[in-house]
Design a protein around this ligand. Structure first.
Ligand code: ADP
Length: 245
């Protein structure tokens, strides 16, 4: 495998006496889509929190783009090109789709908000490009709170993309979606690679097996398998622990 953009080794997390993660190793190649699966309580969210800097591991080391980020807070990892989209929607319901994307782009630019927006043509182009990328151009002036669940998730991914991240973490982006939204969001996520690197937590196995380059399977805080979708599908330990057959 090419050198990993994200390389986590020997990750352990303890909450008091409880070991949420033990000896987790994860190498994510640049431009790939890497999914973490596992039953509820397996430690997927805890792993995401460690990788994105919300939580410090009790053991192990994380290297992002050649930098040791193990002790680095989340906001500094953002400067190395990391973005995260949460399971809980982060959009501003009363603003329009464009205004939400503009807010995200301005937060990244860190400039004087309104002056920056009027004077800075690249910002306008950024927002238009984001609208196209996430398929919301036709709904640009709609109030974000009135969008379907799927469109809200697309907007959220657009807001994460405003930072032009190299690596983006998506936590259950398909949760609670109807079949049309699942299809659209799956296509949107798949299109992010190989320009960007995607790390995904997702329960929809059909989608996971379809779009992932590699899959890591966690069970009770430990990695029990890692490989391509074909390898994971035929792995006996995975079938027993997770797929239930
Ligand atoms: P998953 O995302 O795979 O469902 P989690 O990472 O949320 O799993 O949780 C893994 C385990 O760690 C669970 O048993 C959970 O109860 C426990 N856990 C998560 N966060 C904490 C915390 N802050 N304190 C104590 N236990 C926690």
């Amino acid at each position: 495998m090419a050198e990993a953009l994200l390389d986590a080794r020997g990750i352990g997390v303890r909450f008091g006496d409880f070991r949420a993660l033990s000896e987790v190793t994860l190498a994510v190649a640049a431009g790939s889509l890497h999914t973490v699966i596992g039953p509820n309580g397996a430690g997927k969210t805890t792993l995401f929190n460690v990788l994105t800097g919300r939580l410090r591991p009790s053991e192990g080391r994380i290297v992002l783009a050649g930098h040791d980020v193990t002790q680095m807070p989340a906001h500094r990892r953002v400067h190395l090109g990391m973005a995260r989209s949460f399971q809980v929607t982060n959009i501003f319901a009363d603003l329009t789709v464009t205004e939400n994307l503009r807010m995200a782009a301005q937060a990244v630019a860190g400039g004087e908000p309104w002056v920056f927006w009027r004077a800075h043509r690249p910002m306008r182009e950024t927002v238009e490009a984001l609208l196209e990328q996430v398929g919301l151009a036709a709904r640009a002036t709609r109030r974000a709170g009135d969008l379907s669940h799927g469109a809200q998730r697309a907007l959220e991914i657009g807001m994460a993309l405003a930072a032009d991240p190299r690596i983006i973490f998506l936590d259950e982006p398909l949760a609670g979606m109807g079949i049309d939204d699942v299809h659209r969001t799956k296509e949107l996520i798949h299109r992010l690679v190989p320009a960007r690197t995607v790390v995904l937590i997702e329960h929809n196995m059909r989608v996971v097996l379809d779009i992932s380059d590699r899959i890591t399977v966690l069970a009770q805080g430990r990695p029990i398998a890692e490989g391509t979708p074909a390898m994971i599908r035929s792995d006996a330990a995975v079938r027993e622990a997770y797929l239930g057959s």
